[in-house]
Design a protein around this ligand. Structure first.
Ligand SMILES: [Mg+2]
Length: 254
């Protein structure tokens, strides 16, 4: 019997960067009564609240105490403090200002050289490169682009593979991972989901065998692959619908 269900977010629990639907919210809430629930994603803390926590229907502090937020690939960990009735940051491993600047310059230069710098398609106030503290994220069409446009931009990952190959030439000291629909996450080596999952083992005092992980990018080069490499049992999903199907199966046999 697994003790922990861990989840990628984009394309695993939701449609990339949107709040989870009612069905996933309901299933996650039920799971909180049987498992420690650990979303782990490259996104920022506020997006974990918008996309997951705020979608749970009237959660009690006791329920939230079983929800563990592994933000920015688990380089930040937030848990719910039932006494203060609020989320608290347990640890944080940010990039330095110099690292953020070097990565941002490199990705922009490479995307421009390849003709994939889509500044003219950005919506007002949006940005292509975002500093997420523990990682820098390239989103080809910005955060606010429509889901349809995002899906159409790079469905076979070929554009992002070219950008990554070029970035590795100019700044090989960083790792670049393809995630979501238009994103590349740049990190310092090892600051990927393996880092987050390794800390999860310590923080929750569990073993790899206690965890079942759900992700959509489990192929080599995908941002869920480090979890596979660790030897953690992984379910590859194509969408939140696959995840819902699996969770119903799990809850059905408890
Ligand atoms: Mg994903």
């Amino acid at each position: 019997m697994k003790k922990v269900l861990a989840f990628d977010i984009d394309q695993t629990l939701n449609i990339a960067k949107t709040p989870i639907n009612d069905e996933i919210a309901d299933l996650l809430k039920k799971c909180l009564h049987h498992f420690e629930i650990c979303p782990i994603s490259g996104q920022k803390f506020d997006q974990f609240l918008v996309q997951i926590v705020n979608r749970l229907k009237d959660p009690t502090p006791e329920e939230l105490s079983h929800l563990h937020l592994f933000v920015a690939q688990g380089t930040q960990y937030y848990k719910f403090n039932t006494e203060k009735n609020d989320w608290e940051l347990v640890y944080d491993y940010p990039l330095t200002d110099e690292q953020v600047a070097k990565i941002s310059e490199t990705i922009e230069k490479c995307a421009r050289e390849l003709g994939f710098w889509e500044e003219n398609r950005l919506q007002p106030g949006d940005e292509i490169i975002e500093n997420r503290l523990s990682q820098v994220t390239f989103s080809a069409l910005g955060q606010k682009a429509s889901t349809k446009d995002k899906y159409q931009w790079d469905p076979d990952c070929k554009k992002r593979e070219k950008i990554v190959a070029k970035c590795k030439e100019y700044a090989p000291e960083f790792d670049y991972e393809i995630g979501g629909t238009t994103s590349i996450n740049a990190i310092t080596p090892g600051m990927n989901k393996k880092f987050g999952m390794t800390h999860l083992l310590t923080e929750l005092n569990v073993t790899k065998e206690d965890i079942l992980y759900f992700g959509d990018m489990t192929q080599p080069g995908g941002n869920d692959y480090p979890v596979v490499e660790m030897g953690i049992k992984t379910i590859t999903v194509r969408s939140h619908e696959d995840t819902a199907y699996a969770l119903k199966g799990i809850l059905g046999v408890i």
